[in-house]
Design a protein around this ligand. Structure first.
Ligand code: FES
Length: 250
């Protein structure tokens, strides 16, 4: 699996250094605007047996009807991504140009010299709560997995539709993104110096090796799961608008 990321990286590394930060800026800004509009102006994320991942789990909102209940859910996955070690690298480069890239020419354009770089301080220290967002995100993933099972029950019995497959791909990518998290890998085995000295050391060593394989593709899962979230929500909105009909495969 590691070769997937390596194979994708090679042609990307041949591009001019500024292509990466500008693409990340455009994608993250677009995602942010889409999410804001979807959450603030559309409160219906449900069609038949499909529930948009932006609205899962459904909550009874005590707030005025014009304020979407999705805001009670979204803070968690958004916090998880905002504090993610990979996304931090991506958006520090894209939005703060700090540094914009690693090539020597790009490094010269960095507003501060690397000698003065003092790491993530002040407000950015809050990024250290990433692991708590991770714990919460696993709870959300359980709800999203249940939603995916429901997506395969179109009329109360098993059936495969285009929508159910979109749900399946989305939840698989979200699990892959979460399981490949650097924090999880550290908690499971990264902080252990001697596996034979701790309880369940062998199991932890195996889990660590397995998570390490996933972890090598964390950036890939970060982007693919972002796109799959968007596609799932857009598909439900197209169904709600009557712009498409759900294709029944089985
Ligand atoms: Fe990216 Fe944890 S480091 S999700």
């Amino acid at each position: 699996m590691a070769s997937i990321t390596a194979a994708i990286k090679k042609p990307i590394q041949r591009l001019p250094w500024w292509v990466g930060p500008i693409t990340v800026t455009a994608v993250l800004t677009g995602f942010g605007i889409y999410t804001m509009v979807a959450v603030l102006f559309f409160d219906r994320g449900e069609y038949a047996n499909y529930l948009s991942p932006f609205y899962s789990p459904p909550v009874n909102s005590p707030l005025p009807a014009w304020l979407s209940p999705a805001i009670f859910v979204l803070w968690l996955p958004l916090g998880f991504r905002a504090t993610c070690y990979y996304y931090r690298k991506a958006y520090y480069r894209a939005f703060f140009w700090d540094p914009p890239a690693c090539s020597s020419k790009a490094q010269q354009r960095e507003p501060r010299s690397t000698e003065n770089y003092r790491g993530e301080r002040n407000l950015f220290v809050w990024n250290n709560i990433h692991r708590y967002f991770m714990y919460g995100s696993f709870v959300l993933l359980i709800f999203l997995t249940i939603d995916t099972v429901r997506a395969f029950l179109p009329e109360g019995s098993f059936g495969i539709t285009l929508g159910s497959l979109i749900f399946l791909v989305n939840v698989t990518l979200l699990w892959s993104y979460s399981l490949s998290c650097h924090s999880l890998r550290h908690i499971v085995g990264g902080r252990v110096d001697c596996y034979s000295c701790v309880t369940g050391g062998n199991a932890r060593r195996k889990a660590y090796s397995w998570l390490s394989v996933l972890n090598q593709n964390h950036a890939l899962f970060a982007w693919l799961s972002l796109f799959s979230l968007l596609i799932t929500d857009i598909y439900i909105r197209l169904l709600l608008a009557g712009a498409v009909t759900d294709l029944r495969i089985l």
